[in-house]
Ligand binder design. Structure first.
Ligand code: ZN
Ligand code: ZN
Length: 389
């Protein structure tokens, strides 16, 4: 209890610095992979608090790892920081609060690490909104020797567990043959028709799919003029499912829809996988239970809704497949209509509601790390669950 009181006091002592950091990020929103100023701001705060910082990890210039603690720790706890914003909306996903709460927890633990025998990492993860920066960090083996990974995402509800869908992005191109659309249509091959048939095929496929499957897309190229038979057309799709096996099955069936459209029109087809495959979320129940107890001890009310509803995808899913992970949310507002990726949410993330949520999250994160450092049995249960699931 002593150490928990200490970290809570530390967060309170650091609060003006943490709020200033969160507000700075909010006022200087940067898009995925371009978070140079944000990353610099966060790493200088960590360096000022005696963290050893390595910048540009995993081949990503705006990623970083900050470390502090003992040489041979009882546990290594990674707090994940996200700090990318959204085009035109700024910090409408509240990643300024994710970064600051994770760093707040790490700074609050710093003075107690030798007494606790623990090690803390802050992993600076760029590009959550686009590209999936954490996937590169997982591939670069940055989570080797990490005992648990935690971060708290702002939301309109405080929840501990939420599934996330596995996702694959695809781009399809059709190559046809241009011709005069009125005078010589019989000499043309219509690539746009192949895209239109693709959508028709996918619509037919959709009715035979499991509830959790998602297919959604846009047409990016559809010809140049109505009097020219389009010789080139292209589209982009995201496909999602709750597990990788079904996602891979879905991908085979979606590709068949592309190929069938090509065959029907006589166009040739090129299919590209875009970016990395997002993996589903493997929530660690035991770790979530520890975090929940700490959050409730701070007076926060948890309102857990069904875990398999209203789902998106996140690159935290990939982290959760290699290390015990939780990705709880904390309420910025009790207004259910204020959802992330909206202007109202951005405003809340840069104001008093955001400050409150960020400080509470920092405290609960730090308290959970104290549990893991001081109770080897708790850590063992978490590891056991991870390897058995
Ligand atoms: Zn988002
Ligand atoms: Zn987000």
């Amino acid at each position: 209890m002593l150490f928990k009181d200490e970290v809570v006091t530390s967060v309170n002592r650091l609060s003006s610095k943490l709020i200033a950091t969160s507000r700075f990020l909010h006022l200087h929103p940067e898009l995925a992979y371009e978070e140079r100023e944000s990353s610099r701001h966060l790493t200088s705060l960590l360096k000022a608090h005696d963290f050893e910082v390595i910048e540009g990890v995993g081949g990503l210039p705006t990623a970083f790892v900050a470390k502090a603690g003992v040489e041979h720790p009882s546990a290594t706890i990674a707090f994940l920081a996200e700090y990318d914003a959204l085009p035109s909306l700024g910090h409408a996903c509240g990643h300024n609060l994710i970064a600051t709460s994770s760093i707040g927890a790490a700074l609050a633990l710093r003075p107690s690490l030798s007494a606790l025998g623990g090690r803390v990492l802050v992993v600076g993860c760029p590009a959550e909104e686009k590209g999936g920066g954490k996937i590169a960090l997982v591939k670069a083996d940055l989570f080797a020797n990490v005992s648990a990974a935690l971060l708290v995402h702002p939301s309109n509800r405080t929840e501990i567990f939420k599934d996330a869908l596995a996702m694959r992005a695809l781009r399809v191109e059709f190559f046809g043959k241009a011709s005069h659309a009125a005078a010589a249509p019989h000499l043309g091959i219509n690539a746009l028709d192949a895209v239109v048939l693709t959508f028709t095929n996918l619509n037919a496929l959709r009715q035979q799919l499991r509830q959790d499957a998602r297919i959604h897309g846009i047409i990016t190229d559809g010809g140049r003029a109505p009097n020219i038979t389009p010789d080139y057309a292209a589209a982009r799709f995201c496909i999602r499912a709750l597990d990788l096996e079904y996602l891979h099955d879905l991908q085979r069936r979606v590709v068949a829809c592309f190929e069938a459209a090509a065959q029907a029109t006589g166009a040739t087809v090129a299919i590209h996988e875009e970016g990395e495959e997002y993996h589903p979320m493997k929530c660690n129940r035991a770790l979530g239970a520890l975090f929940r107890a700490n959050l409730e001890a701070l007076g926060e009310r948890v309102e857990q809704t069904p875990e398999d509803q209203d789902l998106g995808s996140t690159d935290v899913g990939n982290v959760s497949q290699v290390v015990p992970t939780i990705h709880p949310t904390i309420a910025l507002t009790d207004r259910s209509e204020v959802v992330c990726h909206s202007a109202a949410f951005a405003e809340a993330a840069g104001g008093a509601a955001g400050d409150r949520a960020m400080l509470t999250a920092a405290k609960a994160l730090a308290m959970t790390a104290v549990d893991l450092f001081s109770c080897p049995e708790a850590l063992q249960i978490i590891q056991q669950e991870f390897y058995q699931a």
